[in-house]
Write a protein that binds this ligand. Sequence first.
Ligand code: SF4
Length: 693
Amino acid sequence: TSQNRAEITCTTCPYCGVGCGVLAGQDGTIKGDPDHPANFGRLCSKGSALGETIDLEGRLLHPMVHGKQADWDSTLDLIAGQFSRAIRDHGPDSVAFYVSGQLLTEDYYVANKLMKGYMGSANIDTNSRLCMASSVAGHKRAFGTDTVPGTYEDLDEADLVVLVGSNLAWCHPVLYQRLVAAKQARPDMRVVNIDPRRTATCDIADLHLPIAPDGDAALFNALLAEISRRGAVDKDYISAHVNGFDAAIEAAQACDPALSGLNAEQINAFCDMWIGTPKVVTVYSQGVNQSICGTDKVNAIINCHLATGRIGRAGMGPFSVTGQPNAMGGREVGGLANMLGWHLDIENADHRAAVQEAWDSPTICTHAGLKAVDLFEACASGKIKALWIISTNPAVSLPDAGNVAEAIANVPFTVVTDIMARTDTGDLVDVLLPATGWGEKSGTVTNSERRISRQRPFLEAPGAARPDWKILCDVAARMGWADAFDYQSAADVFREYAALSNLGTRFGRDFDISGLGDLTEAEYDALAPVQWPVRKGETPGGRFFAEGGFYHADGRAKMLAITAPQCVSPEAENTFVLNSGRVRDHWHTMTRTGKSARLSQHLAEPFAEIHPEDAFALGLRDAGLVKLSSRYGTATLRALISSKVARGEIFVPMHWTAQFAPSGRINTLMAPAVDPVSGQPATKGGAVKAEAF
Ligand code: SF4
């Protein structure tokens, strides 16, 4: 009823990139928002348990300096002084921010403006680098800018949905539920699941392709070659809108399909379905992105959609599903070290000058900053003198996590902003700052389909906790830039960011929400979920590229010649390909979901999922302990013996921290190998030795 409606707050789930609308009561009751177009009332286990994670146990409630409680003023003075001194003595590239897709867009925007326009460095990277940097790079190579062409409605309208490297059932459960509902409504709709593992997502798959780790580019090259051989190319679309067709086909034809790890029958079955079904959406996620050839994999997928003109029309297109609620917002504000806000390019002098003018800033970064893995290597080598980590836990989540922890400890001055008092990263630093968390802070997030939704507060800020944008502004003011950071509210930040986004259109870019640039406080508060672009006087949202209109200088898309898909193939005895991923009921490093007993019941401890024949060869029993080791570290886990993983491969969940399972920190095993184009770490593939413990 309207009375009940008034007692609850419409907000957005803080976990995955589906971006579900949530109705939250002050007493912690949580329901799905039936009016939100991302979820229409559905929630998954994590979203439903949000009320169990908002107590104050373990919260960081006051600034802490070297382990002692401190007041805000002196702590902010200390931070401003240390960052100013580092810039004065060692230059702007001696400071760095490492932020998070958990930040709201307003927080992200202020951090980006402060680092790139005022401190004068692009050393601001984000844990989104671990999530979808390869998709961003693939989009930019193909389309000229980082555009997600489609919408969630395409999943309802497609006749074939191909999931690549995506355990949608556990990682984006509400989208999975949407697929289940679509398949029930239209039983002829088919689903293909491409994954080395037989995951829960296989429950709705008509075809499971147990691909070799990193075999995706070989498979999509095989598909592209077959599209050409069978005459399924949309020649009119190619001629009008696409460059690079011949080279891409030639490379695809030269590629050995066996590199996919699939046999000819499996590849043919896939090609029959894909080529024979015009309305096809190819959804890709971390199994594609988190790889040393992640960007090539993205472009191999996009090539097939461009070659057939199956893009930007109802039920057709490539679709990157992001991990975090605001991974897209971070991309839009330029939260990655190699981007400017509003999808503008650091490398472009005109873009840099326009951003500097818009910000009326004293400087602007002149080159790309350090991407996540490089950033922490620079910490280890002594190049970074002051580091501020915001709302993320890199001592657990980055590859080679043991050395990352040492690198953080090596930086002369370190700050962490977090909601929790104890995290693996927070334990290493000089200063801890208490941030407001979900339910306490106000702002916006952008989900995987470009939909901007409000996160609204329904709880008081606990202790001395403050919003991230406010903390950043207070430091900026102390560094001498009070006027440029004189925001009075999150709405104030949003207005500036949205109004300036017409720079996107001015430079022929996709991103523009200037139609939201003059919202009043009340209008911002009431903002309904809206899909960008939101240009003045135009209907917002929609799809891109049905009629071309790409963002390369000539307006055409580019197909890439994908020539050398690389696969991990450890050959030494007892050496396995390590594949990491999420479990259904935990989120990232468990700082929130670890609070819920209900969520911890699903899988209570980390495990190593291993094929029965491999387990037998190693002398492992189910639930016995297995020790995994690499040149980077070791982890000891309980064996889960299952034929869902292929021989020679081991799957491990990524969530557990020193706090929850000291011997189960998986990313201590991972090599700091990255995709050469995107800089995204290859946390889906690494070689480990396994032995019974
Ligand atoms: Fe939250 Fe994602 Fe679950 Fe939706 S699907 S409730 S956004 S975790």
